[in-house]
Write a protein that binds this ligand. Structure first.
Ligand code: SF4
Length: 167
């Protein structure tokens, strides 16, 4: 898959892209600028995804555009999906940080009130809720429960470490 972008406003109408890839580019007689056939407007660019067999001709159009307003990028599926995973991981980390801040507050409260770190009843409540919500969202329940058990255990370990370090 190839992604072509065209910053059409800056086109000087030299016709070079049309000569290199006439099936994909044409001149607009109304304003004298080129058009990327089939594209849609996104912000100041026109964008279009095309198959790999159009790469060569459009690469030439990109190279020879005198004002550098054509960009042709071969999208690597794996790279693209891994970039999405990286973004999701960042979101998960931010949520974990948010959760940890609440855990810290509860921990301080428990310390002040001489309550134990471990509360098995509460843990069961969380896991049951995770099961219910994951079923609702069609997420593998075992997968979701394992993740939350790990989060709970890590949270307890952290609290225990804090106590040990205070001694
Ligand atoms: S090569 Fe560039 S400047 Fe020339 S018509 Fe195409 S987009 Fe416009």
């Amino acid at each position: 898959m190839i992604l072509i972008t065209h910053r059409r406003n800056d086109c000087i109408g030299c016709n070079s892209c049309v000569e290199h890839a006439p099936l994909r580019w044409r001149m607009d007689e109304l304003d004298g600028k080129s058009q990327l056939i089939g594209s849609t407007k996104k912000g100041e660019h026109f964008v279009l995804k095309v198959s790999d067999d159009e790469l060569e001709a459009n690469k030439l159009a990109e190279q020879d555009c005198p004002v550098n307003i054509i960009h042709v990028e071969k999208k690597d599926f794996l790279k693209q999906e891994r970039e999405r995973i990286d973004c999701i991981n960042k979101e998960i980390l931010l949520l974990l940080k948010k959760r940890m801040l609440v855990v810290e507050k509860i921990f301080e409260y428990k310390e002040k009130e001489y309550l134990t770190i471990e509360d098995l009843e509460r843990e069961k409540e969380i896991i049951d809720l995770v099961k219910k919500e994951s079923q609702k969202e069609s997420i593998d329940t075992q997968f979701a429960q394992e993740i939350f058990k790990t989060i709970i255990n890590s949270s307890k370990s952290w609290q225990k470490r804090v106590i040990v370090n205070k001694k």
